[in-house]
Design a protein. Structure first.
Length: 530
C-alpha cells in the first residue's frame, strides 16, 4: 500500500484517497445503505490500515487499534450478519491485512494483548469462511485473491485442509484465466498485467509456505513466464496497453512498468491466439512501426465480466500513436453511456444497421465461427468469420511485407438465419478513430469509386485512410460523425467517468447478394520497406 493513499488530518482523523477523498472517521461499519457499494468494499478490506501498522509512531498504532476495535465490535462481537461483511475477495484482502497486522504486532517489544486477541479470533473466522463452499469466485480472477487470502491464514492457523483447498483453487483459477500462449482470458488487456503482477508475487510468496504442492508452484511459475512473453504483444511500441475490454491505456501503467521493458530481439512479429481471441502484429523494424490488434473471440470463456462486443474489431497504431481505436470503458455501473462503450458502436466492427439504435448491449457475446492465420512470406494476415443476425461477415486483416499499409477487407452477405429483400440497407462498417488523431481532412468523396481522408496525428504524422467498395452502387452513405447523441456515436473514454468526442467514419452498405469493402491505412509517403 502506498502511504500517499492516506492524508492525516487534525483530531486523529485520516482521509483515504483510493478514489475520491473520504474521511474514514465518519464511516458507518453497520450499514451499506449510506455509502457507495464500492467504497464500502474498499473500507471493509481494511487495506487503509497498512501504513499505520507499519509506522513506528505510537499515535499511529493507537489509531489502527481504534479502527480495528470499532470494526471488531460490529462484526465479531455484535450480531452483524456475516455475509454483509462483503464478497469473498473482501474477506481475502482483509485476512491478509490481519495476518500482516498480527505478525507486525508480535514483533513489537510489548505486543498489545487486546490487538493480538482481536486479530487471532478474526483470522480464524476468515479461514473458516474462505474454506466454505460458495465463497470462491470460480468465474472471476478474484478467485486467485480468494485462494491467496485463505492460504495466508494458514500462517497463523496451520490447517492442512485449508492449505490443500487454497492450493487447488489457485491451480483452478490460473487454468481458467491464462491461455496456452500466455494471454489472460478475461478479454481485457489491462487485466493481463494486474493478473501477472499477482502471479509474480505468488510465485515468490508460496516459496516459503509449508504445504503448497510442487505441482502448484510449477504451474503458476509456468503461467507467469508465458504471461511475461505475451505481455510484449499487449502493448504498442510506446508502451501503451492495447485498449481492449474494460480498461484503458492508463490503467495498467501503475501495475507493471517493468513489463514494458521487453525487447523484440528473438521474438516473432505476431502473436496469434484464438483461444483468448487476440491476433496481434507488432513490427520489429522499419518506419513507421505498425501495431495491429484484431479481435476474434472464438471460444466462450467463463471470464466475461470485463468483455465488450468487439468481435472483428481492429486497432491500428503507428509508432505508438493510435489511428483506429477502441472506445474504452467510461464506468462500471449500468447506464446508457456504459452501454455505448460496451456495445458495438464503440468498436471498429461491422453491425446490422439497426444495431446503431440499440440503447444497451445484450450480455450475450458473439463469437467468430472460424478464424485462420493466413500469414506468409508476403506478410502477416488473419481472417475471421462472424454470423450476426441475418449477416454473414468475413473480415481479413493484412500487413503486407512490401509496404507500410494495413489492409482490412470485408465481405458481407446474407446469412443462413434469414433472407433479406434485395436492396435492403442492412450493414454498417464502423471506424472509430484513435485518441492521437487531431485532424481528419476529406480528399475523395466517391470519385473513382474511392472515399479517402488524410489523418494528422499529435506528432504531425500524416496518414491516408481509403475506403474502396467492390461495387460503388452498394454504398448507401459514407459520413463522418463526431460526439453524437441519440444514438451515441463517436466517443472515446480516456479514463474513468471521462469521455471526449472523436471522429468516426460510418459506411452504410446495401448488402443485396453480397457487398465488399476494403479499408486501407497507409502513410502518405510510402515505398518499399524491405
Amino acid at each position: 500500500s502506498d502511504p500517499s493513499d492516506l492524508e492525516f488530518l487534525r483530531g486523529g482523523r485520516v482521509r483515504v484517497r483510493h478514489y475520491d477523498p473520504v474521511d474514514v472517521s465518519a464511516f458507518d461499519w453497520t450499514s451499506t445503505s449510506s455509502t457507495d457499494y464500492t467504497w464500502f468494499m474498499q473500507m471493509q478490506e481494511m487495506r487503509f490500515l497498512l501504513p499505520l501498522i507499519a509506522s513506528r509512531r505510537e499515535s499511529d498504532h493507537a489509531l489502527a487499534k481504534d479502527w480495528l476495535a470499532r470494526w471488531f465490535a460490529v462484526h465479531m462481537v455484535g450480531d452483524m450478519p456475516r455475509r454483509r461483511w462483503g464478497e469473498p475477495m473482501t474477506w481475502a484482502y482483509r485476512a491478509m491485512v490481519f495476518v500482516y497486522y498480527l505478525k507486525t504486532e508480535m514483533l513489537r517489544a510489548t505486543p498489545d494483548a487486546d490487538v493480538v486477541g482481536m486479530l487471532a479470533g478474526s483470522i480464524l473466522e476468515h479461514q473458516q469462511f474462505l474454506s466454505q463452499d460458495g465463497n470462491f469466485d470460480v468465474a472471476s480472477n478474484h478467485g486467485l485473491i480468494d485462494a491467496l487470502g485463505l492460504l495466508e491464514t494458514t500462517r497463523v492457523f496451520a490447517n492442512p485442509a485449508a492449505i490443500q483447498l487454497a492450493d487447488e483453487h489457485m491451480r483452478e483459477i490460473v487454468g481458467k484465466s491464462v491461455s496456452a500462449r500466455g494471454v489472460h482470458m478475461e478479454h481485457a488487456a489491462g487485466y493481463h498485467f494486474a493478473f501477472l503482477r499477482w502471479l509474480d508475487e505468488i510465485v515468490e510468496y508460496i516459496a516459503d509456505v509449508p504445504g503448497v504442492s510442487d505441482v502448484t508452484a510449477r504451474e503458476i511459475g509456468a503461467a507467469a513466464a508465458a504471461m511475461h512473453d505475451a505481455a510484449y504483444y499487449l502493448q504498442d511500441h510506446a508502451g501503451n496497453v492495447a485498449q481492449v475490454g474494460d480498461t484503458d491505456s492508463t490503467s495498467a501503467a501503475e501495475y507493471a512498468p517493468e513489463y514494458r521493458a521487453a525487447r523484440s530481439r528473438g521474438r516473432a512479429e505476431a502473436l496469434y491466439d484464438p483461444e483468448s481471441g487476440y491476433a496481434i502484429f507488432k513490427e520489429r523494424g522499419g518506419s513507421p512501426l505498425r501495431y495491429v490488434v484484431f479481435r476474434q473471440p472464438s471460444v466462450p470463456s467463463p471470464m466475461i465480466f470485463h468483455r465488450h462486443h468487439d468481435a472483428l474489431s481492429v486497432i491500428v497504431d503507428l509508432d505508438g500513436e493510435t489511428l483506429l481505436g477502441d472506445g474504452g470503458r467510461f464506468e462500471y455501473r449500468k447506464s446508457a453511456r456504459r452501454g455505448y462503450f460496451e456495445g458495438f458502436r464503440a468498436h471498429n466492427t461491422i453491425v446490422p444497421a439497426g444495431a446503431l439504435q440499440d440503447a444497451m448491449p445484450s450480455r450475450t457475446f458473439e463469437h467468430v465461427s472460424r478464424c485462420a492465420d493466413l500469414s506468409s512470406p508476403d506478410g502477416v494476415a488473419w481472417s475471421a468469420d462472424l454470423s450476426l443476425g441475418s449477416l454473414a461477415i468475413r473480415r481479413t486483416v493484412r500487413m503486407p511485407a512490401s509496404s507500410s499499409a494495413v489492409v482490412v477487407a470485408d465481405s458481407i452477405r446474407q446469412g443462413a438465419r434469414g433472407r433479406l429483400s434485395p436492396g435492403s440497407e442492412v450493414a454498417v462498417v464502423l471506424w472509430n478513430l484513435g485518441r492521437d488523431v487531431t485532424e481528419l481532412r476529406p480528399e475523395l468523396n466517391g470519385e473513382n469509386g474511392t472515399w479517402s481522408w488524410t489523418i494528422t496525428t499529435r506528432r504531425h504524422r500524416r496518414v491516408r485512410l481509403l475506403l474502396t467498395p467492390g461495387d460503388v452502387a452498394s454504398v448507401v452513405s459514407v459520413r463522418v460523425a463526431r460526439g453524437e447523441f441519440n444514438p451515441m456515436l463517436a466517443w472515446y473514454s480516456p479514463s474513468q467517468s471521462n469521455m471526449r468526442p472523436i471522429p468516426a467514419i460510418i459506411t452504410t452498405l446495401r448488402v443485396g447478394e453480397g457487398a465488399t469493402l476494403e479499408t486501407r491505412v497507409e502513410t502518405v509517403r510510402r515505398g518499399i520497406r524491405r
